[in-house]
Design a protein around this ligand. Structure first.
Ligand SMILES: Cc1ncc(C[n+]2csc(CCOP(=O)(O)OP(=O)(O)O)c2C)c(N)n1
Ligand code: SF4
Length: 336
């Protein structure tokens, strides 16, 4: 009898739950690409866990035939930290929305990234609260009219990638729900990274915020409005007609018309030890600039799970196995 396990296909990662997203929602594409990625990387159902918070996007774990946890609003990073620290052999994915990750969960997101826990975070950015029916979110633009901002939002929006970089993120990337090949490649890279990988995905909420990423999604406009990042390559877009050059610390769009050549452009270095250039890229926003798509930063640093488990090993070597009952009854104890 063969002891070889069957090779899993994308379909094997589909759960038996009815998907309850609105027809046409960008979440469907991200779900489909994730299943492909798991099949391609040879993921195992029994050692893969999806942890989410609350929101439409956070229903994701129900739809994967893996382990999963639909946790508390904004707290997926906390659950993932406990899980990965104690079961470092598991592949842990955090699925979150712009509201879940950056409003109620902002604090948790920042700390999981700075700790560099070896997990993958995918932030579905639809720039709105979808589940609660269309209130503005921390990524909504100034002036955005919603049910909770009837006269337009006066809040300055957060940029998810700038937050990840400020927290010293070791893998920071962006993709788009409908750019299937790019999304698959980006999620694969995220899965390979040792440390926290943070991927922002532009996701269309066709019910409450339809079309906000249309400039970056549409085949007609995306060559002009996005620039695909490739390590070691110059930032060229608009079918090779334009590029991004640095003028001091400021990026500028230049025409590659003979006066300016490809050699004058900014060359992408995702491995730079300093996050400055990645930050410059993260701050390039439409319509002033083409928005970078791809891996902004990919560097190595010790992971939290590695560090904490090494401390346990070291403590055991020095002090031997502990005795919990003894510990409870030791030190400062008192009777109430
Ligand atoms: C403690 C708590 N506060 C507020 C809510 C209401 N609530 C549910 S989902 C959500 C935001 C969801 O937005 P986002 O994370 O962008 O996800 P989406 O639904 O757009 O995918 C809010 C505010 C809640 N469920 N729990
Ligand atoms: S409300 Fe928006 S984000 Fe939520 S399922 Fe519907 S289309 Fe998707």
């Amino acid at each position: 009898m063969s002891t070889e396990l069957p090779v899993l296909k994308a379909k094997d990662f589909e759960s038996d739950q009815d998907v309850r997203w609105c027809p046409g929602c960008g979440d469907y594409s991200i779900l489909a690409q994730m299943k492909k990625v798991l099949a391609d990387i040879g993921a195992k159902q029994e050692s893969t866990v999806f942890v989410s918070g609350i929101g439409c996007s956070s229903r994701f774990p129900y739809y994967m035939n893996t382990y999963g946890m639909h946790s508390i609003h904004g707290r997926a990073p906390a659950f993932a930290t406990g899980l990965k620290s104690t079961r470092p052999e598991l592949d842990v994915w955090v699925i979150t929305g712009d509201g879940d990750a950056l409003s109620i969960g902002g604090n948790h997101l920042m700390h999981v990234i700075r700790r560099n826990l070896d997990i993958n975070i995918v932030l579905f950015n639809n720039s709105i609260y979808g589940l609660t029916k269309g209130q503005y979110s921390p990524t909504s633009k100034i002036g955005k009219v919603t049910k909770s901002t009837p006269r337009g939002s006066i809040d300055h929006p957060l940029n998810p990638l700038s937050i990840a970089l400020a927290a010293e993120g070791t893998f920071v990337a962006r993709s788009v729900d409908s750019h299937i090949k790019h999304l698959v490649a980006t999620l694969k890279r995220a899965s390979e990274h040792k440390g926290t990988s943070f991927v922002e995905v532009y996701q269309n909420c066709n019910v409450f915020n339809d079309g906000i990423w249309e400039y970056a999604k549409s085949k007609k406009t995306k060559d002009e409005t996005t620039v695909v990042l490739e390590h070691g390559k110059p930032l060229v877009f608009a079918n090779g007609k334009k590029g991004i050059r640095l003028n001091g610390f400021e990026p500028e769009v230049v025409e590659l018309d003979g006066n300016v050549s490809v050699d004058d452009l900014l060359f992408h270095d995702e491995k730079s030890t300093q996050p400055h250039l990645a930050n410059v890229l993260a701050r390039m926003r439409h319509p002033e600039f083409p928005e970078p798509i791809g891996v902004f930063r990919a560097v190595e640093r010790q992971t939290y799970d590695e560090g904490i488990n090494q401390q346990v090993v070291d403590a055991r070597e020095e002090q031997g196995d502990g005795d919990l009952a003894k510990l409870f009854a030791s030190g400062d104890t008192w009777t109430v």
